[in-house]
Design a binder for this molecule. Sequence first.
Ligand code: AMP
Length: 185
Amino acid sequence: MRIIILGPPGAGKGTQAVMLAEELGIPHISTGDILRSEIKNETELGLKVKAVMDAGNLVSDDLILAVVKERLSKPDCEKGFLLDGVVRTLPQAEGLDKILEEIGRKLTHVIDVVVPDEEILTRIEKRGEESGRSDDTREVAENRLKVYKDLTAPVSDFYKQKNLLIEVDGLGTIEEVKDRIRKAI
Ligand code: AMP
């Protein structure tokens, strides 16, 4: 299976993505995780993206597509993959289509985890307190949500038109959401 998991920040998609990828035996590819590790290792890419990420803004499409292309070319992606946190803009969706075409693969499912705004802000703040993630403060969370609505929400329509989109209610316990995703795919 070649899956994308979409949803606003704090929708719980990371947690669901890790579980689903493990269950399906496919790599879990989170661009946020990749970039955070680049920052931690103080690589050139990490230094480039730190300020943008700390403000809750999006890293440029070109950089993201380069990261995704490199990751998808690794042999473990031959059996499938689960993309988490990417794609986040229409140009990324189009760019990913091109990358997949080049390697002769097609997406099989796009899962959209749907959660209301107020719940999202509460969850992100809580996650910030627990994990110390520097972009999980209320102020940055509000910006990330705005960025999501402006740039990422249109991506759902892109995949809806391709008949790939599955909307899943993200409210409830982790197990409940997990079950809904299982049934949906
Ligand atoms: P995440 O862990 O998915 O919430 O991502 C954390 C941050 O990394 C985002 O707020 C962006 O600054 C950056 N980022 C991760 N994935 C992408 C992407 N696909 N496009 C642009 N920026 C991204």
